[in-house]
Design a protein around this ligand. Sequence first.
Ligand code: MF3
Ligand code: CO
Ligand code: CO
Length: 269
Amino acid sequence: MLQRSKTSPQGSIKTAEEVEKMRVAGRLTAMVLKMIGPHVKAGVTTDELDRICHDYIVNDLQGIPAPLHYQPSPEYPPFPKSVCISLNHVICHGIPGERVIRDGDMLNIDVTVIKDGYHGDSSKMFTVGEVPLRSRRVMEVAHEAMVRGIQQVRPGATLGDIGHAIQSYAEAQHCSIVREFCGHGIGRKFHDEPQVLHYGNPGEGIELVPGMTFTIEPMVNAGKRYIKALPDGWTIVTKDHSASAQWEHTILVTDDGYEILTQLPGDPV
Ligand code: MF3
Ligand code: CO
Ligand code: CO
């Protein structure tokens, strides 16, 4: 989400009952990403993928797709679809439409499900057919960057520890980190405090405490970090048109580390 100017400490600290609801919302979100995988094939439009996700969330999971009509602030038009789909050089917030998926595409599908008042938020990358090496590479770097960020999470660690782990890895791999968007606290609110930057310095920023829930969702560019917003008011692309990749999980800070709320048992991170 777009970095907001107002910052207050840890966001809401979840009670045991709330953690259970976050687990449910996270599980349903993960189920959507698992369900949609086999549908991501050459010839399908991003609108069709959106429709399949929407119907599954509403009819099978009896949840609410949080992006639909979402308006983070008055400058944004309401988001018109139920998931974000971002192809190739699109960094994030791609709007599903008529675009036909074809061989060589890589795409991010970002799913946010509300269940019983609580949000789960996760995204992953998909590839279709033979994808250029540069795209595959940025996808892998983004995934490893996210994993390294997640591995920092424990009580007493700081947000800067997370950002630093992500940034230092991605930049060592000659990729760049998008700075204008960040992870976020999540719970009853889609985008809550704190802002979880994907860059920073060890020991800086607030300390993590058990019961915090937030996303880690680094956007990694194969080229330079600069962005451009499209006139639709949502879609963000790389300024240099280089490939971009993103992965996202919703994370709970536990007494001794973390729990990934949007990972299904037995599935890869
Ligand atoms: N799911 C995105 C995130 O990770 C936010 C999308 S806002 C929307 O924060 F309106 F485009 F859905
Ligand atoms: Co998010
Ligand atoms: Co998301």
